[in-house]
Design a protein around this ligand. Structure first.
Ligand code: SAH
Length: 213
């Protein structure tokens, strides 16, 4: 079993690694990561490592979740789109910092499990959707912020379209797993401005939703 001390240690580690926004640290502190990992890994829930989840996917490393969340620079009024629900952990963290989160996952099994966890935590400002994240979620566009938690070669055009003017997207881009970089894309009056942030390793953003699972 992970202890309360493990959780405190994680927050201290995130601070040491440069996460400064108290609201982001508080959100991470509020969400019990052990609920989002397989029971077999619950002892490791508060270590700063990625862990396997169902369907061959991964829950991101807490530092990367905190870093991406901080870079989103969320306001309480923001409507956010997440691509790649996975365990639902990142969405749970976001839910404490903005008005509403829409999160898209291609595996029904993951979407259902994430929804149950979010309900258990009484988080009611996250909507989970089964679909192809390459297409975004047009019914709720435009979004103030978009966070993509799977890697693509280029930012999907539909997602750029669904980003508000003045909005920001955080997305891992790169040809191979070993050459990915987390990129911040700002939609400004002068056009899209890309800022590389950090080398990362994400599972790929796959085309199409899973038809049978
Ligand atoms: N944010 C997650 C971790 C994401 S792992 C968490 O907090 O746990 C990346 C996820 O993206 C996987 O669950 C994978 O199935 C999903 N994914 C990959 N391609 C996708 C696509 N085209 N549309 C929606 N989800 C996709």
């Amino acid at each position: 079993m992970a202890s309360a001390q493990d959780q405190v240690n994680l927050i201290m580690q995130l601070r040491r690694r440069g996460i400064r926004d108290p609201k982001v640290l508080r959100a991470i502190e509020t969400v019990p990561r052990e609920l989002f990992v397989d029971e077999a890994f619950s002892d490791h829930a508060y270590q700063d490592i990625a862990l396997p989840i169902e369907c061959g996917q991964t829950i991101s490393q807490p530092f990367v979740v905190a870093f991406m969340t901080e870079k989103l620079a969320l306001e309480p009024t923001h409507k956010v789109l997440e691509i790649g629900t996975g365990s639902g952990y990142q969405a749970a963290v976001l839910s404490h910092l903005c008005r509403r989160v829409y999160t898209v996952e291609r595996w029904r099994e993951l979407q259902k499990a994430a929804e149950l966890r979010l309900a258990e935590l009484k988080i009611n400002n996250v909507t989970t959707i089964i679909g192809d994240g390459w297409l975004g979620w047009p019914p709720q566009a435009p979004f103030d912020r978009i966070i993509v938690t799977a890697a693509a070669l280029d930012a999907p055009a539909a997602l750029l379209d669904q980003l508000k003017d003045g909005g920001r997207m955080i997305i891992p881009l790169g040809e191979t797993r070993d050459s990915q970089s987390l990129v911040q894309i700002d939609k400004t009056e002068e056009g899209l401005v890309e800022t590389p942030l950090l080398p990362v390793r994400f599972v790929p953003l796959v085309h199409g939703r899973v038809k049978r699972d």
